[in-house]
Design a protein around this ligand. Structure first.
Ligand code: 5GP
Length: 208
């Protein structure tokens, strides 16, 4: 697993912390960072398209994928199931891309079991009040769903200490800068440079 040329970033956050917007902005700025499209049993919201935000599947289809071991991790989140495709990640990383996963804490911790080099990043909102107001203003979910998401936020955030990095999304531009800094620092780690720029190391006879 450690011989993949690309890096693997895993981003978790309570819903409403701004994770998707941050990851989207990062990918627009940095084409080397690519997403992995998850499968979910929840219904599409708003403008979401099958194959773009998620592969939207039935409970039975999800069961089949679990049976076929198609997921590198999967979890129940907000009463629905979500899973990361093993093949999608491995194909992209083999091509040298840096893959970014937007998944919940359970999935993030499972990923770390498989890819010990994965970089786990947790995004926090600046306060409870701000989290609630962002969820209300999003206008995408019913009040019942928002209540469930807030209840789950406490559980999600209690796992922040298990992550490598924490970004507080108070000002979007500042949080994006922080996320770019984490990605950049990871690329400069010895092992990552050694994998990505083997030509330079070989030419310089650095053999480790
Ligand atoms: P949403 O329904 O708002 O798109 O996502 C709900 C939660 O599910 C978010 O915390 C999101 O990160 C998480 N999630 C999305 N895809 C996956 C996945 O493939 N695996 C896991 N474990 N969680 C996921």
């Amino acid at each position: 697993m450690n011989s993949y040329p690309g890096n693997l970033f895993v981003v978790a956050a309570p819903s409403g912390a701004g994770k998707s917007s941050l990851v989207k902005a990062l990918m627009e700025l940095d084409s080397r960072v690519q997403p992995s499209v998850s499968h979910t049993t929840r219904r599409p919201r708003g403008q979401e398209k099958h194959g773009r935000e998620y592969f939207f599947v039935s409970e039975a289809e999800f069961d089949e994928l679990v049976q076929a071991q198609a997921f590198i991790e999967w979890a129940h989140v907000h009463g629905r199931r979500y899973g990361t495709s093993r093949k999608a990640i491995e194909d992209r990383m083999n091509q040298g891309a840096d893959v970014i996963l937007e998944i919940d804490f359970q999935g993030a911790l499972q990923i770390r079991q498989v890819f010990s080099n994965a970089v786990l990043i947790f995004i926090l909102p600046p306060s409870w009040e701000e989290l609630r107001s962002r969820l209300d203003n999003r206008g995408e979910d019913s009040p019942e769903v928002i209540d469930l998401r807030l209840k789950n936020a406490a559980e999600e955030m209690s796992h922040a200490p298990e992550f490598d990095y924490v970004i507080i999304n108070e000002l979007f531009e500042r949080a994006l800068f922080d996320l770019k800094a984490v990605v950049h620092a990871q690329r400069l780690k010895f092992a990552a440079q050694r994998r990505a720029r083997a030509d330079v190391f070989d030419a310089l006879h650095i053999t480790t």
